[in-house]
Write a protein that binds this ligand. Structure first.
Ligand code: THU
Length: 127
């Protein structure tokens, strides 16, 4: 898989973020098991706790399209190079990736960074 394509989609969708409260825009793009790509951005709410992160929006879109698993995720914030997923999103990603984990792609001034999900979220809870 071309991770730059995944990242470019995360960058593109971050422009649609609805983040009037934090002013922190995030975009994410996941690859589904079929190979199709699904993008999502964060969208906040005046009741702050209802905010949905970009990662969970992208995963929800993949699930709604019929995907059963994700095989990689790219995350981008113009506010923060190398933006990693929050704890809640790590748990959500966990349910849709294989036990051996997936690649988590971010980008900093040196280019793409690829981390192993299992290193980001060791000893994760699974039923
Ligand atoms: N946010 C994400 O979309 N993904 C993350 O992994 C971290 C945080 C969003 C939530 C909120 O809208 C804003 O960034 C600031 O926390």
């Amino acid at each position: 898989m071309d991770y730059q394509v995944l990242m470019d989609k995360a960058i593109e969708v971050s422009k649609n973020a609805y983040a009037p409260y934090s002013k922190f825009s995030v975009g994410a793009c996941v690859a589904g098991g079929s190979g199709n790509l699904y993008s999502g951005c964060n969208f906040e709410n005046s009741s702050y706790g209802l905010t949905i992160c970009a990662e969970r929006n992208a995963i929800g879109t993949a699930i709604a399209a019929g995907e059963k698993e994700i095989t990689a995720i790219a995350i981008y914030s113009p506010n923060s190079p190398d933006c990693r997923p929050c704890g809640a999103c790590r748990q959500v990603i966990s349910d849709f990736c294989a036990p051996e984990g997936i690649d988590v792609i971010t980008q900093d001034e040196h280019g793409l960074k690829i981390r192993s999900f299992n290193e980001l979220f060791p000893e994760r809870f699974r039923l």
